[in-house]
Every structure is written in C-alpha cells, then in structure tokens.
Design a protein around this ligand. Structure first.
Ligand code: NAD
Ligand code: UGA
Length: 474
C-alpha cells in the first residue's frame, strides 16, 4: 500500500525512551508534529514544566533539545485517544517489565501495557497507521499486535473507512546518561518489517539526520530478537569481566590491566570491560531473563542456562561486595556507619531501577549497618521507594541498627563513618580530597571502591585502607 510521508507522530509512553527519543525526532524533523502521550498525568506535567530542571528524566543535553522543540512541534499530553486518531505513525514505547506472577513469572515480559496500547490504537486510529514497536519485546510479539489490530473493534459509520495498519519493529539502543548523543549519532537504526512502504516511511524520518547506510532493514523477527541479543551480549561482557575481577583479587592480578590487555585485541575491543558492582538498569536483567524464557519456550534448555548464568554471576557479584565489606570490618557492621556514594545504576542518570546499590544496601541494612546515602541526582524519596524502607529520622550517628539516612554532601555522609562504599562513578567522586575526608571518619577507616574511581595513592597517603574491585595484593 502507498504510504504518504509521515507528518504526525504519536508516541505512547513518556518514559526514559519515549521522552528523549521523540524530543530528538521533533528537533531534527521540524515538519513533523510529535505528540508524546502517557496515562501518568504527573509525568506529563513534568515534561511540560517551564523549569527544564524539573523534566522527569535527567539526561545531559535533554533540556536543550526539549527547549528547542517543545511547543513548536513537540507536545506532551494525556490525550491518548485524540493523539492516536490524528497520527500517521504510532510508536509504542511503554514499559515491558518482568512478569511478577502467573505463567513465566520472574522471566517472561509482562506485555499487558503493550497489549493495551494495541487495543487502543485499534479503536482510535483513522486511515492507514504505521504502528512501530519501540519497546523491547519478546520475538514474535508483532504477531500478537497484528492480530489485535485485525480485530474489528468498532462499528464504522457510513462515512468512515475501516482503519488499516502496518506493523514495524524499531528497537531503541540508547543508553541512559548518553541518550541524546546515542540518538543524535546512533551506531545504527534498526527497522524490521515486511511492508517496504512502511519501512521506507519510517527510514525517511531517521534520514533527516542519520546516514542511510546506518539504517538497517531486516525481517520483523530478526529486529525483535536483535534487541534482546544485543543487551545479552553487552551484559555478558560485564559478567565476564566481573568474573575475572574476582579471580584477580585472589591471584594478585589487576583487572584494569587485564581489561587493557584483552581490550586492545581488536577482535575483543576496549568497551564494556569495566569491572564494577554488577550491571543495573531496567533492561539488562529483564531482557536476558526474557531470552531465557523464550529459549525454554522453544525447547532450548541448554541455551537458556547459558544466558541465565550471566544474571546469576551479576547477583553473585553484588552479594560478594556486601559480604566482603562486612568481613573487612572485623566481621560485623552492626551499628557502624557506612557511607554509600552513588545510588543511581550508573553516572549521569537519576534512574535507580535494578541499581546495584539497592541489593548491596539491603544486605548491609540486614547486617545492622547505618547507611548514609549520597547521590547527586537521586532524591531521598526515590531511595526510600527502592529500599521499601523509610529513612531514619535520627541523625546518622551511632544510634540504631539497620537504618539509613540521606546525605546532602559527601562530607556529611563520611562524618563518623567506618567505611565508604562507592557504587556509582559520578565525576564528583573521582577527585575527592581524601586527606581532609579521612579526618572525618572513624579509624581504622576503609574506602571500598567498586567503580575504580579513586586515586589509590591519595587514599593510602591519607591513612585509609583501600579495597578496589578486581585488585589483588601480592
Ligand atoms: P518507562 O517506565 O520509563 O516509561 C514507560 C511509560 O509508559 C510510563 O510513563 C507509563 O505510564 C507509560 N504507559 C504504560 N502503558 C501506557 C498506556 N497504555 N498508555 C499510555 N501510557 C502508558 O519505560 P522506559 O525506560 O521508557 O522503557 C520503555 C521500553 O523501552 C521498555 O520496553 C524498555 O525495555 C525499552 N528500552 C529502554 C531503555 C532505557 O534506557 N530505559 C533503552 C532501550 C529500550
Ligand atoms: C543498556 C544498553 O547499553 C543500551 O544499548 C540499551 O538500549 C539499554 O540498555 C536498554 O535496552 O535499556 P543502559 O542500561 O542505559 O543501556 O546503560 P549501560 O551503559 O549499558 O550500563 C548498564 C549497566 O552496566 C550499568 O549499571 C553500568 O554501570 C554497567 N556497566 C557498563 C559496567 O558495570 N561495566 C561496563 O563496562 C559498562
């Protein structure tokens, strides 16, 4: 079917992907109206806030992009139905978390939000609409979306022609913290679909700023699966280097040196070889577990257990760090103050989903520690939500056990602390004045650097004990 150039886009889901991605599309395509809709009114009003510091997603550079396009051809709205009706193309960019109960609980993706979107599009769309999967989905989800769109959802008035649809897969590869650069200069844009006219219409949008050779066209199923496979490969590298880090600590090797040595092999490459507290974020674990579920579903248990091990090693790494901190502090942290620097799952984001800090903090709270938690972008409310544990209203002195307290500054977090544990690689933690900070701590005080951000010599010359991930001693 002949498809006219896209002039109006509706994106369902104003989250970490929908908001920044549509902001960049609107910025680069001034002739296309882009409306991002969401059921969450608070989120939409934050996207519309005149103070760009209050956008619901913190991403370097996002404020500038939004300020250029918002109100011109970029709109944020709760009017889901109206926006779908007037769109030539609808992106589905809603959450696809791991199912919590029922069939596939703990592994399969919960597709209820995607299905709700498909039903809403089926009911509200007019004319021919290109429906694009932007969410990360199990392979063959497009078949379910097509089936829903094929159901006659409404009675057509004489003047109204039944709507028609093309379904495409266009997964998003942005990483948080670098989302704007990833969107503006993507390694590739992947479009899966069987309808060449629809594929070309979507490709034409990206061609406003992406070189044509970077726009890959594949079968629908290849596109859906490539997204899961890409995340699985990336996460696998992190579990691989973390496994090597543990071996380095036992043998006297240094994981930074090993990473450099193996990463200079051009077949391996230097990226994604930073050992740390394990991967966090909303997607790696969920997408691998989804892959594991699919492998079982398709009768491939050996393939399933191969990928499952990537997640198991990640959990082990997080538990290992909490355990070794307790061991180094004479086997007990009960009533001891521990400063946690960084709660976000990586630097340059306020996202805490699946952050390593959650599991590690919970383990330390279970051991009776008093945590003073500092993060430059994560609010105390968000930390409380993640820990399901209200902050103590006591000042974090040596009172009480298994409590936590938000700290406004690194200094207040470290005051009276026996140890500091660095869990996010925020720039401001790279150049701390350890000599001055050491005087605030209770000796013998420890620095646990799970992100390799400190200068070991400065820490040692301040009289502090140091543990760095993947560093063995002779
Ligand atoms: P998110 O939770 O931040 O945002 C999803 C939004 O969709 C929410 O605001 C929710 O209210 C809204 N929503 C859900 N159902 C709706 C409906 N029926 N109508 C209107 N709004 C609805 O999620 P996210 O991080 O943006 O991720 C979205 C998808 O993109 C997921 O599948 C994820 O795996 C994938 N992805 C995420 C990232 C990332 O960095 N976060 C990167 C690549 C891909
Ligand atoms: C990841 C992928 O990088 C994106 O391509 C993908 O689109 C996205 O998931 C998604 O599907 O959601 P993101 O989770 O935002 O992006 O961030 P990453 O930079 O991949 O980091 C993930 C986790 O791995 C973080 O906790 C990070 O600290 C950790 N990590 C990363 C390491 O421990 N070591 C590294 O070398 C790299």
């Amino acid at each position: 079917m002949k498809i006219n150039p896209i002039r109006s886009i509706c994106c369902i889901g104003a989250g970490y992907v929908g908001g920044p991605t549509m902001a960049v599309i609107a910025d680069r395509c001034p002739d296309i109206d882009v409306t991002v809709v969401d059921l969450n009114e608070e989120r939409i009003s934050a996207w519309n806030d005149s103070d760009l510091n209050n956008l619901p997603v913190y991403e370097p550079g996002l404020d500038l992009v939004v300020s250029r396009a918002r109100g011109r051809n970029l709109f944020f709205s709760n009017q889901v139905k109206e926006s779908i009706s007037s769109a030539d193309l609808v992106f589905i960019s809603v959450n696809t978390p791991t199912k919590q109960k029922g069939l596939g609980a703990g592994q399969a993706s919960d597709l209820r939000w995607v299905e709700a979107c498909a039903r809403q599009v089926a009911t509200c769309a007019k004319g021919h609409t290109v429906v694009v999967e932007k969410s990360t989905l199990p392979v063959r989800t497009a078949a379910a979306i097509k089936a829903i769109l094929a159901i006659p959802q409404r009675q057509y008035l004489n003047s109204e022609v039944a709507p028609t649809f093309s379904v495409l897969s266009n997964p998003e590869f942005l990483a948080e913290g670098t989302a704007i650069n990833d969107l503006e200069n993507p390694d590739r844009v992947l479009i899966g679909g069987e309808d060449p006219e629809a594929v070309n219409a979507l490709a034409a949008i990206y061609q406003n700023w992406v070189a044509p050779e970077k726009i890959l066209r594949t079968k629908l199923w290849s596109s859906e699966l490539s997204k899961l496979a890409a995340n699985a490969f990336l996460a696998q590298r992190i579990s691989s280097i973390n496994s090597v880090a543990a071996l380095c600590e036992e043998t006297g090797a240094d994981v930074r040196e090993v990473a450099l040595a193996i990463g200079t092999d051009s077949r391996i490459g230097p990226k994604f070889l930073n050992a740390g507290p394990g991967f966090g974020g909303s997607c790696f674990q969920k997408d691998i577990l989804n892959l594991v579920y699919l492998c079982h579903h398709f009768g491939l248990p050996e393939v399933a257990s191969y990928w499952e091990q990537v997640v198991e090693l990640n959990t082990w790494q997080q538990k290992r760090i909490a355990r070794l901190l307790v061991q180094k502090l004479f086997g007990t942290v009960t009533g001891k103050k521990i400063a946690i620097l960084g709660f976000a799952f990586k630097a340059d984001t306020n996202d805490t989903r699946e952050a390593p800090a959650i599991r590690i903090s919970l383990d330390l709270l279970e051991e009776g520690a008093q945590l003073a938690i500092h993060d430059p972008k994560v609010s105390p409310n968000q930390i409380a939500l993640e820990l399901s544990h209200l902050p103590s209203n006591l000042d974090p002195g040596l009172k009480g056990e298994g409590t936590w307290h938000p700290s406004k500054s690194v200094e207040t977090a470290l005051e009276g602390a026996d140890a500091v544990l660095i869990l996010t690689e925020w720039e401001e933690y790279r150049d701390l004045d350890w000599l001055r900070l050491s005087r605030l701590m209770r000796a013998p005080a420890w620095v646990f650097d799970a992100r390799s951000v400190v200068d070991p010599e400065k820490v040692a010359s301040a009289g502090l004990m140091l543990w760095r991930v993947g560093e063995g001693s002779d």
